[in-house]
Design a protein around this ligand. Structure first.
Ligand SMILES: *[C@@H]1O[C@H](CO)[C@@H](O)[C@H](O)[C@H]1NC(C)=O
Ligand SMILES: *[C@@H]1O[C@H](CO)[C@@H](O)[C@H](O)[C@H]1NC(C)=O
Length: 781
């Protein structure tokens, strides 16, 4: 979102105007800094300021008071003030992907708010598979966001989270997402959004919001810049089947269950139509089918992109009309402010199109309390500088980092290292003293860092040598040979390598899945010199083909730390020395380099087409070789499973609506029933699993429940396996814990057919938990 900046003229002049108004306002004592806080007489005269009236009425009243010009200037992220109604300008664009971020112009660090807690990058938090953690992070982040708003340093509309499916390992923004699995991404979206918004009270749809979240980028957006194709021009060809059972899943969960206040449409086209100009996607799907009660915003400058880059429309006015008619409510950019007036004059847009868009954006502002007067007297009004970087938030950032760490390899239990048996440890590698690298992109200014080197030094004497000048570690002159002697002199070597934003980032997809430059050579030289097998720690958002290290007996252990956030170095050290027992699991498949060489990033198909040499994507469809599979992650303990209780048979019933409309027998005879024809209210089943910690360390463990469809379902091309539930448990050493996993049959056991229609095949569905299997027969009642 940061890459193209708005065309200079317009935003600057609005910004300048704003500045002038603020200046004047400061001089007069009458104009309040917040709406509906002025003189009691004025507030009494404006019905939109009456807090006891329904929001719908207040919104209608306010729209009725605005003239066309004022309305049009509210259609953009940099919304102009309406001084005569006591309304200040508002910057809609703030970000809080994993902590309050200054990626957007809405957040300003400085003064009383120099920094904010920087939680692990999302791909790392996803690896915890712990939905209560995601919600708690959301709550902490929104405490800080609301505090900064109260202090005038941030907005209340945060364009986070990014819940696009991490479809291709090369994607530079994969780090921002919860991974490749639709169910996992959906659960993440719901939990994080609930945490951020903490919606309470009121009637459904008009819940009060602490901050407003935004699920982005709708939809099938996961190519930034690859082999001459970029996101502003890319046309994602997506089948109805995969839109329904892959790309749309997290967005639907975000809107329907998470009750998110906003969805952002993406830059790319889907099947030839730019998403921000597609009434099928915006009006039909997001608003009508899923029931979004908030607003739809464009990715930044996406309306301009319709005309300028994609040449999708003949004039800027047509671009504005296409977006508004499709259901867009807010332009991150300036196009709607610049061209809606002329579009109205040309008869391409009507003022009621504008009013509809404003009703959606204003409703969210009312729900946030932005028309309820002094924010410090509202709920959350007590939040201030003391609540940002609060010790509890910083400990949560550390805890999240620990939970997200994935132990990929641990030969002969080389880990954990025992400080009492070691004299000193060599800490080597271009990421060994990482700071900003640990927080990934869409970050802010963290409260502070604990680098891996600092973390390890808290446990033991260290000798440090980066071994590479930087993460790219490219070409001659890298100080690799300087690292070799210290590996020889010490009792253990930890090599901390990986990626950073110079390798994977927004607008920067990778080409190769291998370690950058000479990093592999560094690991191999250190491993050859070290007296004991070495430990490799990878800091990266995306996966890396590290099969060389996986297969090298001189590399005893491999840890993937993701981008672990501000306290990442402490978390890594805690895992290395056994103060924390790792329990993270990979939220995406780790493909070998040959995969990237063979599969075009632009091919959106998830499903394999083996006859034509297309291997498919993600563990749901891809059956080829992997470096590490989805869900992989070791522990210092060993866990074993047994099924305590699970149904063997589930009868599903046809719903009344469908029963009334058709001959039941025709449904009974179909081997895969449409989900829309089934009574899905009582469709939850419970699978109870006993998890025994057989090791001598306590630890967290995630139970992953997969299902395989019945034989005979192949004709619908279902996923070969899908994650239908997961639950994180904590089990003390030697103890057994019972986990209840709820599965909604309608969601979990269904998939889309070629027409995008969700179906449940009748017959025996096979459930798997680790090595355990359990069969559930689905039949019609
Ligand atoms: C439905 O099937 C049952 C048993 O196969 C049969 O007795 C009944 O007549 C059928 N009903 C209709 C409406 O076709
Ligand atoms: C999930 O995360 C929360 C927050 O850190 C933590 O309290 C809880 O113990 C975690 N759950 C498990 C099973 O580890």
């Amino acid at each position: 979102m940061v890459v193209i900046h708005p065309p200079p003229g317009f935003l600057i002049s609005i910004g300048f105007l704003l500045l002038l108004l603020t200046r004047t306002a400061a001089g007069e004592s009458t104009r309040p800094a917040f709406a509906c806080g002025g003189s009691p007489a004025a507030v009494a005269a404006w019905r939109f300021c009456h807090r006891n009236l329904p929001i719908k009425v207040r919104v209608r009243d306010l729209i009725g008071r605005l003239n066309a010009e004022e309305k049009i200037r509210l259609l953009v992220n940099n919304a102009a003030p309406v001084p005569r109604l006591g309304i200040s300008g508002y910057e809609w664009w703030s970000e809080a992907l994993h902590g309050v971020s200054n990626t957007g112009p809405g957040v300003k660090f400085g003064g009383d708010f120099p920094s904010a807690t920087s939680f692990p990058q999302v791909i790392s938090s996803a690896a915890s598979f712990n939905s209560s953690l995601w919600e708690l992070i959301g709550r902490a982040v929104s405490d800080e966001g609301r505090a900064m708003y109260n202090g005038g340093h941030a907005g209340l509309t945060y364009w986070s989270p990014n819940v696009n499916i991490y479809r291709d390992p090369r994607w530079g923004r994969g780090q921002e997402t919860p991974g490749e699995d639709p169910n996992l991404a959906g659960r993440y979206a719901v939990s994080y959004v609930r945490g951020l918004q903490q919606a309470t009270g009121g009637r459904s749809g008009y819940l009060h919001l602490k901050v407003a979240a935004c699920c982005k980028h709708y939809t099938a957006y996961d190519l930034d810049n690859w082999h001459g194709m970029d996101r502003f021009h890319f046309n994602a060809k997506v089948s109805k089947q995969e839109l329904e059972d892959t790309f749309d899943v997290p967005f639907k969960a975000c809107v329907v269950e998470g009750k998110v206040a906003s969805v952002m449409c993406s830059y790319n086209q889907v099947n030839g139509v730019p998403t921000c100009a597609d009434p099928f996607l915006l009006r039909n799907t997001i608003r009508a089918q899923w029931g979004l009660t908030g607003y739809i915003v464009s990715d930044c400058n996406a309306v301009q992109v319709l005309y300028n880059s994609q040449h999708y429309t003949a004039t800027p006015e047509d671009a504005v009309a296409a977006a508004l008619k499709a259901g867009l409510d807010l332009d991150c950019g300036s196009y709607l402010a610049r061209y809606t007036g002329s579009a109205i004059q040309q008869g391409k847009v009507s003022i009621s199109d504008v009013d509809n868009a404003l009703a959606n954006t204003l409703t969210v502002q009312f729900r946030l309390g932005m028309f309820d007067g002094d924010p410090t007297r509202l709920p959350y009004g007590n939040l201030g500088p003391k609540d940002v970087c609060r010790p509890a938030h910083q400990s949560l950032a550390l805890e999240a980092a620990r939970q997200g760490i994935v132990l990929l390899k641990n030969d002969r239990r080389r880990l954990p290292l025992r400080p009492s048996t070691l004299h000193s440890v060599a800490v080597i590698g271009p990421n060994s003293d990482a700071t900003a690298t640990m927080i990934g992109n869409y970050a802010g200014v963290p409260c502070g860092y604990i680098t891996p080197l600092q973390g390890i030094t808290r446990y033991i004497r260290t000798v440090h040598q980066a071994g590479c000048r930087d993460v790219p570690c490219f070409g001659p002159g890298q100080p690799i040979d300087a690292a070799v002697p210290i590996a020889r002199q010490t009792d253990a070597a930890v090599v901390i390598i990986g990626l950073d934003q110079s390798i994977e980032a927004e607008a920067r997809d990778r080409d190769s899945l291998l370690l950058p430059g000479r990093q592999q050579e560094l690991v191999q030289k250190v491993a050859a010199a070290s007296r004991k097998p070495v430990v490799v720690v990878l800091i990266s958002g995306g996966s890396v083909d590290i099969s060389f290290a996986r297969d090298d007996p001189r590399v005893a252990a491999i840890i993937w730390a993701g981008y672990p956030g501000q306290a990442g170095g402490q978390a890594i050290a805690d895992v290395l020395f056994g103060a924390y027992n790792p329990g993270g699991k990979l939220p995406m498949t780790w493909y070998p380099q040959e995969y990237a060489a063979k599969v075009p990033m632009s091919d959106m198909r998830m499903r394999a087409d083996l006859g034509r040499g297309y291997p498919g994507r993600s563990y749901r469809f891809y059956t080829g070789p992997v470096v590490y599979p989805f869900g992989h992650g070791l522990s210092y303990s060993k866990f074993s499973y047994s099924i305590a209780h699970a149904p063997a048979e589930v009868a599903i019933s046809v719903n009344m609506r469908w029963a009334a409309a058709t001959n039941l027998n025709s449904t009974r005879s179909v081997p895969a029933v449409r989900v829309s024809h089934i009574e899905c209210i009582f469709s939850i089943i419970s699978v109870n699993v006993d998890v025994a910690n057989m090791g001598n360390l306590d630890g967290g463990h995630t139970v992953l429940l997969f299902s395989t469809p019945p034989a005979g379902a192949e004709r619908w091309d279902p996923p070969r396996r899908q994650l239908i539930a997961f639950e994180k448990v904590h089990a003390a050493s030697g103890k057994t814990v019972r986990v209840k996993m709820d599965v909604d049959v309608c969601k979990g056991l269904s998939f889309a057919d070629n027409y995008g229609i969700r179906r449940i095949p009748l017959g025996n569905h096979n459930l798997q938990i680790g090595d355990l299997t359990h069969s559930i027969s689905i039949r019609m009642n």
